[in-house]
Design a protein around this ligand. Structure first.
Ligand SMILES: Cc1cc2nc3c(=O)[nH]c(=O)nc-3n(C[C@H](O)[C@H](O)[C@H](O)COP(=O)(O)OP(=O)(O)OC[C@H]3O[C@@H](n4cnc5c(N)ncnc54)[C@H](O)[C@@H]3O)c2cc1C
Length: 365
């Protein structure tokens, strides 16, 4: 079966990788847009204390976190051990410690069904031993099943692993054509043959789908995110830090701490760092972890999260068309859900039953 995947972010790359593993002839088309989300994403994988109430979306989120250890092991066995994935655990650190009760209740309730791991209250001293720049008076809730991943490294690793198994990669801007309920793909004026087309084009997908009459209620949400470094600091095992507002901190093994992020709805594709955005994130980060104040501001990134109007992912076959699948709307959680959603899309494209009802996409009238 010939499949064309449009978009090589975390979702498209995962879909392509899972398809090629199952023997499909896969072509991936990507135009490396400035601000693609996967290249900017922070990489927190810790849904266990989340206040998300939508059970269908939570199933994808938690399913994504549960899938990671096997998925990372599969990629390692395929020659890609270096994706920045590590089960470092998570620390919930709200400004109001009273909020920890509700987080603890949620994490404990979920531990019956999901790999939440140990759930434990920590004193400020113990919390700071795990993440030394943390403010000194901060009690925390420790959840051992938290993890992190480097989205950039992961997407590139998936692309390389898929290519080694025979996937073809084309740089360029894809367009879609519709004929007798079937969708075809063109790049640089040339048609690319496909039994199935998967559109995983992130925040740019609505513009791609609109000419063939498929409305996709997704919009870009800008995120500005900062990377701090202090060479010589051993950050490899620091946990992810969740203050329970929209900000967070996480560390990688190269003496780096990532502080995220703005959530700017209505941003369009305005790819700029703003004075207010950078100040907002830095202030929030330093309030939680003042010990980072003297670190070097090493890098600033901007990404456009693909956010659905109802905050629900959009996944599955497009009703009314014979051969089109869409994967989108992963919003602020796509690095967690993306590998798993890619597997589900691949399974569905192969004809296996997957219930995408809550995430359905339909062609317009
Ligand atoms: C600042 C920030 C922090 C984040 N932090 C986290 C986090 O901690 N944890 C978490 O789980 N998630 C996080 N996310 C969310 C996550 O990064 C996204 O949900 C996810 O990366 C979306 O992946 P995607 O593959 O759908 O889209 P993208 O990564 O945007 O990829 C879409 C690709 O499609 C290509 N494309 C578009 N149109 C076309 C076309 N016509 N032809 C060819 N190619 C095309 C683009 O060039 C792009 O490469 C964060 C996001 C941001 C921005």
């Amino acid at each position: 079966m010939k499949v064309v995947v449009i978009g090589a972010g975390i979702l498209g790359a995962s879909t392509a990788y899972h398809l090629v593993r199952e023997g499909c002839a896969v072509t991936v088309i990507d135009r490396a847009d400035t601000g693609r989300a996967t290249a900017a994403g922070a990489g927190i994988i810790c849904p266990w204390g989340s206040a998300m109430e939508d059970q269908a979306s939570y199933g994808l989120l938690a399913g994504g976190a549960r899938y990671y250890p096997d998925f990372a092991a599969m990629l390692a066995a395929d020659g890609e051990p270096d994706v920045g994935y590590a089960a470092v655990g998570g620390l919930y650190v709200p400004a109001d410690p009273g909020e920890l009760d509700a987080v603890e209740r949620r994490a404990r309730a979920r531990s019956r069904a999901w790999p939440v791991g140990a759930v434990e209250r920590l004193s400020p001293t113990k919390a700071r031993a795990l993440f030394p720049p943390l403010r000194s008076n901060q009690p925390a809730l420790w959840v051992s099943g938290g993890a992190r991943v480097d989205g950039r490294r992961l997407a590139l690793a998936l692309q390389r692993a898929a290519a080694r198994r025979g996937a073809q990669f084309t740089s360029g801007s894809a367009t879609l054509i519709l004929h007798n309920h079937r969708v075809g793909v063109r790049v640089a004026g040339k048609g690319i043959e496909a039994d199935i087309v998967v559109v995983a084009a992130g925040a740019w997908a609505p513009a791609l789908l609109e000419p063939i009459g498929v409305p996709l209620p997704v919009a870009p949400q800008r995120g500005q995110i900062l990377h701090l470094r202090l060479p010589g600091t051993d950050t490899a095992h620091w946990p992810v830090l969740m203050p329970l507002n929209s900000y967070y901190l996480l560390a990688f093994e190269d003496s780096r701490v990532v502080v995220g992020a703005t959530r700017e709805a209505g941003s369009g594709f305005d790819h700029r760092l703003t004075a207010a955005g950078v100040a907002e994130v830095l202030n929030a980060g330093l309030a939680v972890a003042p010990g980072l104040a003297a670190w070097t501001l090493d890098e600033l990134r901007i990404g456009f999260r693909p956010v659905a109007h109802d905050d629900r992912p959009k996944l599955g076959p497009v009703a009314g068309l014979d051969n089109l699948f869409v994967g989108n709307g992963l919003g602020p959680s796509g690095l967690t859900m993306g590998p798993y959603c890619g597997r589900l899309l691949a399974e569905a494209a192969l004809g296996n039953p997957v219930d995408f009802t809550p995430f359905a996409v339909a062609a317009g009238g």
